[in-house]
Write a protein that binds this ligand. Structure first.
Ligand code: ZN
Length: 297
């Protein structure tokens, strides 16, 4: 069976397994200054399922239009489902709320297993490059973390990064409670399995027992290891995830210039080097947008 993958920017992918079309996140419509990904949510004509990793706008926004236009079922956290239902009017019959531990049958030989995961530490200091080490920020109470994140979002909404960003936030941000809980998805197909994680965080005890053929990993910000910020570089964090998972193929995401001037293009070289050093058995696929890459089969 042929399994193809289109990267659509940030952590959004279109996964096509035989006749099944499965979106992983739904964020394609970005600020005018971001490079276009070649497809907008309103142009998606076909989708059977949308899996959502967490409820931040740069993951969730678009799921409501895809669900409304295609009739796709959206699978996500209870917060994602609450927002889609209450803010966007998506019918209960099209929504499946999960928290980790649910095996789901998507038909066509595709099964999905949901695992609890963690969001990157957007409240902590982060490196300007993937090989800049960050230390400290350990033991910061949740209340302090949350107030730092609130200030960052107020800055984005308030126009500190320009009118384009403020207008985009107004349109896209559904004001989730925190990030609504982060989830990892293991997608099992007749041609092999794919683990997808849309933010740089994990529970070590969960990742180390999974053995996907392909790992789609967010490479951005300050990694979160078991609830505390990684002590080191982003490149080391991503390499540690690949060491835990031992996939044959790795695809990075969320490292593109998705919301300038908040973001810049990432130099992938340090990530490439860290993976070659620490996980030489894993092949790194560097994907362009809308490449219809044959990832399995
Ligand atoms: Zn997020």
């Amino acid at each position: 069976m042929r399994v193809t993958l289109d990267w659509l920017g940030v952590a959004t992918f279109r996964l096509t397994v035989g006749e099944r079309v499965i979106f992983l996140d739904a964020y394609m419509d970005r600020v005018p200054g971001a490079p276009p990904v070649g497809l907008g949510a309103a142009e998606v004509a076909r989708a059977d399922y949308v899996l959502v990793g967490h409820s931040h706008f740069d993951h969730l926004w678009g799921a409501e239009r895809i669900a409304a236009r295609t009739g796709a079922t959206v699978i996500g956290s209870h917060e994602t489902v609450r927002l889609l239902h209450d803010a966007d009017g998506i019918a209960e019959e099209q929504l499946v709320a999960v928290a980790g531990g649910e095996p789901l049958d998507l038909g066509g030989g595709v099964r999905v297993r949901v695992y609890p995961s963690l969001h990157s530490c957007i409240w902590a200091q982060m490196g300007a490059t993937a090989d800049e080490a960050c230390l400290g920020d350990l033991g910061v109470a949740y209340q302090e973390r949350a107030s730092r994140v609130t200030r960052s979002f107020e800055m984005l909404h308030g126009g500190a990064l320009g009118e384009d960003v403020a207008a985009h936030m107004k349109a896209s941000d559904r004001h989730p409670r925190s990030e609504g809980g982060s989830l990892a998805y293991l997608i099992e197909t007749p041609a092999g399995s794919i683990l997808w994680k849309d933010t740089s965080g994990h529970w070590t005890g969960i990742l180390r027992d999974l053995r996907p053929d392909v790992a789609l990993l967010a490479a951005v910000g300050r990694g979160n290891v078991d609830g505390e910020p990684v002590q080191g570089t982003l490149a080391d964090f991503v390499a540690s995830e690949v060491e835990l998972l031992r996939p044959r193929t790795v695809v990075l995401c969320h490292h593109d210039d998705w919301m300038p001037p908040l973001t810049r293009p990432t130099d992938v070289a340090p990530l490439r080097r860290a993976l070659a050093d620490r996980a030489p058995g894993a092949r790194l696929v560097e994907m362009d947008y809308l490449a219809a890459y044959p990832i399995l089969g």
